[in-house]
Design a protein around this ligand. Structure first.
Ligand code: 5CA
Ligand code: ZN
Length: 412
């Protein structure tokens, strides 16, 4: 399917440092070392409802990585999926009495518009689960050839024990996996399974549900196999970063890695795994199932400047869990007003050190809050909030404007 239009990406006069990122699997800050283009996969939406600020925070977080890599002189190949057939989507479509295809298309289109408004760089490969069914079947056949799948009634399961590295992505002890699994789509107690942690790779047809033909009978793909198939096909083995929100650490990314390891023994799925923190609202994780949502599109419809939404998100480190409040948005609107005033002066405090420092903090685990502080210091010095305006750099505003756009995705 098509992604969304790319915003302009201005080039900076200097090259940024290599990007270091916190790796979930090792728990360490690791400097990424792309060979050729940097290859990024970020798990996409399940389009049964509009984009909320939690989704937006995750995609803006990985957009910082995309930008930091480009600013360090790398080409980036970015792939993202759309889980356009899955239980929650089908359940919602039935509940509201609309066709599931129509629901998925409508919400995916709204997501594209939200991402465009937030100036998130689009993926190069944007792929739906439905359109990747042939890839899924091909991958399951590889797993089958490796003896890693078995049938329970009309469903096909993946044996987690087939991957000797199973557990290394999340690092979770087995008890923790067993506890989380049922909360995140797993069915540990189903009779006939060889290991409670085994996951469905092909779900046999159920009455009233869509299905596609396969060597194992009509059905549809499991969730994890979808991302494994799309990522390894579009990015190849051992791509640089697998990303998503921290709710995907287990089981989703563990299972994706498991499938890929068994299909291509000796090749890692991703070289590292990065996860964004969870955004809460009203005291709980913002989630479609709880309904405590703030939609990006609702804010845009009430004439909120999308750049203020983006700035409010950037004020939190991508890895931290935090709670959204409306005040943060009003603060961001005020801050942007002040920044625009400083940029309108043309001259200002020296921009060169700001450019270098901002690229530096972003290359160190995407520290956007520190970058925002550095820009604020420049704005304060330029406007002379202490009565001492610094206008020593005649090209300051132009340089800071380009920096804000290229590094932080803020076009003011
Ligand atoms: N389609 C799957 C991934 S293959 C999925 O998780 N879809 S989703 O619509 O539920 O979430 C889309 C992305 O937003 C995922 O990366 C998820 O980890 C992230 N996400 C979901 N809720 C939040 C939240 N409250 N805060 C931050 N990120 C979130
Ligand atoms: Zn995924």
């Amino acid at each position: 399917m098509h992604a969304w239009p790319a915003p302009e990406f201005p080039s900076l006069p200097v090259t940024g440092p290599e990007v270091a990122l916190h790796d979930t699997a090792t728990g360490r800050l690791v400097t990424t070392t792309p060979e050729g283009a940097a290859r990024l996969y970020v798990c996409g939406i399940t389009p049964y409802d509009a984009t909320h600020l939690g989704h937006a925070a995750t995609y803006v977080g990985f957009d910082l990585l995309n930008r930091a890599w480009r600013n360090a002189g790398h080409e980036v190949v970015y792939a993202q999926n759309v889980t356009d057939v899955d239980d929650p989507l089908l359940e919602r479509a039935t509940k509201v009495g609309i066709d599931w295809v129509e629901l998925a298309e409508r919400e995916t289109e709204l997501f594209r518009q939200d991402m465009t408004a937030l100036r998130v760089l689009p993926p190069d490969h944007y792929t739906g689960a439905v359109e990747s069914i042939p890839l899924v079947i091909e991958l399951i056949q590889k797993l089958e050839a490796a003896g890693a799948v078995y049938q329970v009634e009309t469903d096909l399961y993946f044996s987690v024990t087939a991957d000797p590295a199973f557990g290394e992505e999340s690092g979770f002890p087995r008890e923790q996996m067993l506890e989380i699994y049922p909360e995140r789509g797993g069915d540990p107690d189903r009779p006939g399974k060889r290991d409670p942690l085994d996951c469905v790779v092909w779900r046999g047809e159920r009455p009233g549900e869509p299905s596609w033909p396969s060597p194992w009978g009509p059905g549809r793909p499991g969730w994890h196999i979808e991302c494994a198939a799309i990522a390894r096909t579009q990015l190849g083995g051992g791509f640089d970063v697998q990303g998503g929100g921290s709710d995907l650490v287990f089981p989703h990314h563990e299972m994706c890695a498991g499938h890929a390891h068994v299909a291509d023994p000796g090749t890692p799925f991703a070289r590292m795994y990065a996860h964004a923190g969870m955004v809460a609202y009203d005291g709980e994780k913002m989630s479609k199932s709880k309904g405590n949502l703030v939609f990006v599109s609702a804010l845009r419809n009430s004439d909120i400047d999308p750049m203020a939404i983006r700035l409010a998100l950037l004020r939190h480190h991508y890895r931290s869990d935090w709670e959204w409040t409306d005040e943060q948005l009003f603060d961001a609107v005020d801050t942007l007003g002040q920044w625009r005033k400083a940029l309108a002066l043309g001259r200002g405090a020296p921009a060169e050190p700001v450019v270098e420092d901002v690229l530096g903090v972003l290359a160190s685990d995407l520290d956007a809050p520190a970058a925002v502080e550095l820009v604020q210091d420049w704005v304060d010095a330029t406007l002379g909030t202490d009565g001492l305006a610094d206008a020593s750099d005649p090209h300051a505003a132009a340089s800071i404007g380009v920096l804000l756009d290229a590094a932080l995705g803020l076009q003011l």
